[in-house]
Design a protein around this ligand. Structure first.
Ligand SMILES: NC(=O)c1ccc[n+]([C@@H]2O[C@H](COP(=O)([O-])OP(=O)(O)OC[C@H]3O[C@@H](n4cnc5c(N)ncnc54)[C@H](O)[C@@H]3O)[C@@H](O)[C@H]2O)c1
Ligand SMILES: [Zn+2]
Ligand SMILES: [Zn+2]
Length: 376
């Protein structure tokens, strides 16, 4: 089959690889109908996640039709149309039983966190879903059947960025009347803005340095702040909010725009990637407020503004979204027409165009926000 594989720093290729096979009784094989590229895939191709060999199949936002089901699969059959959440989770360990699917104790032999599809050997070594077929482990737990009258585009993001953005707003505790700052207007940030409004936030301030993405945020009727226009974005937000926002949701992560000092520290290997969004958060949040890091961080950081958070009584929350805990209620909202995420899709390409797709998403060319890939 064809699949998008890692080919070294900032490089992927569409390659011919072996078809996946059922390995355990509770596996399924999905014939992929749609798959997407996530900001988290960019961390992989930027070399920020260790143990990613050349030839590793990428992708963790995938849906399709069940092609084959192992003997131990009791709730799915060949022909079912499913979305596949990105965390690999057993469904019965303490963490899965407490809705912390992304921290499953049984799905990753190589690290503390749970397994993730298509996310290096550090996260379980599972082949990804930017391919014609995908093996899904623990199929009794993750995959969710979706109704045929909803298009792939309406439900595909239930695999990751819809639960992720909802979860960020949920654990931040956004409620009617709140002021929320959303850092990053990529796919995750834009959906986070929409969920914050859905939850009744009175004022939402969206931050990015990429003009066309800020323009997209403006369409939701929120205020925007352009990183390019401020020397100290955090201070500026503190000023215009008269002391800071109730919640700051960081939808940037370690690929954020680096300050000069960060560039030097990264070169000297004192830290991996950027903490610029964390610095902004520390200033843009009000005393007693909450900062949620939805953006992914993978390394230790020098000069983490711990004292700033401490002195303001800030609550910090973070981690990989336990997507399985949210897929069913969010599907209901889509079915009822109460939430739609299709406006962020800017490109629908074929899987064969995967290399080009990564390039425009990574370099923010052609006004790219979210790319969907379809195998022929
Ligand atoms: N926690 C989870 O479970 C989970 C799930 C999915 C994605 N993510 C993470 O969410 C983040 C966003 O994903 P995405 O697909 O939207 O990625 P993306 O790369 O398209 O978007 C990130 C945006 O942040 C902007 N940015 C850079 N530095 C900034 C700064 N200092 N302040 C404000 N904006 C800044 C960029 O210009 C870009 O538009 C990534 O880190 C991704 O790994 C986390
Ligand atoms: Zn993702
Ligand atoms: Zn588990």
């Amino acid at each position: 089959m064809k699949a998008i594989v890692y080919e070294g720093m900032k490089n992927v290729k569409v390659s011919n690889v072996d078809d996946p096979k059922i390995q355990k009784e509770d596996d399924i094989i999905v014939k992929v109908t749609s798959t997407a590229i996530c900001g988290s895939d960019l961390h992989l191709i930027h070399g920020m996640v260790p143990n990613l060999p050349h030839g590793f199949i990428l992708g963790h936002e995938t849906m399709g039709i069940v092609e084959e089901a192992g003997k131990g699969v009791n709730n799915l059959k060949k022909g079912d149309r499913v979305i596949v959440p990105f965390p690999v989770a057993c469904g019965h360990c303490w963490y899965c039983n407490h809705d912390l699917y992304s921290q499953c104790d049984n799905s990753n032999d190589y690290g503390d966190g749970g397994g993730l599809l298509g996310y290096s050997n550090t996260f379980g070594g599972y082949d990804g879903g930017q391919a014609e077929y995908l093996r899904v482990p623990y199929a009794n737990v993750g995959p969710l059947v979706v109704p045929n009258d909803l298009a792939d585009e309406q439900v595909l993001f239930l695999t990751d960025i819809l639960p992720t953005s909802y979860w960020g707003v949920d654990i931040a505790g956004v409620k009617p009347g709140d002021t929320v700052v959303v850092l990053g207007c990529g796919p995750v940030g834009l959906l986070t803005i929409k969920w914050a409004l859905f939850k009744g936030a009175e004022r939402v301030i969206a931050v990015d340095g990429v003009k066309y993405r800020l323009e997209h945020a403006k369409k939701y009727g929120v205020e925007v702040v352009d990183l390019e226009e401020h020397d100290d974005t955090g201070e500026y937000i503190k000023e215009i909010t008269k002391g800071g926002a109730d919640q700051v949701i960081d939808c940037v992560g370690m690929d954020g725009r680096m300050t000069k000092l960060e560039r030097v520290e990264t070169l000297l290997k004192l830290q991996g990637g950027s903490k610029s969004a964390i610095e902004i958060s520390s200033k843009a949040v009000r005393k007693g407020g909450t900062v949620v890091m939805v953006g992914v961080y993978g390394a230790r950081y020098n000069m983490f503004p711990l004292g700033d958070f401490f002195s303001k009584n800030i609550t910090l929350k973070m981690g990989q979204c336990p997507a399985q805990a949210y897929t069913k209620p969010l599907l209901k909202l889509i079915e009822k027409g109460k939430f739609d995420a299709t406006d962020i899709i800017t490109h629908k390409l074929s899987l064969e165009q995967g290399k080009h797709a990564y390039e425009i998403f990574d370099k923010k060319q052609d006004e790219c926000i979210k790319v969907i890939l379809k195998p022929n």
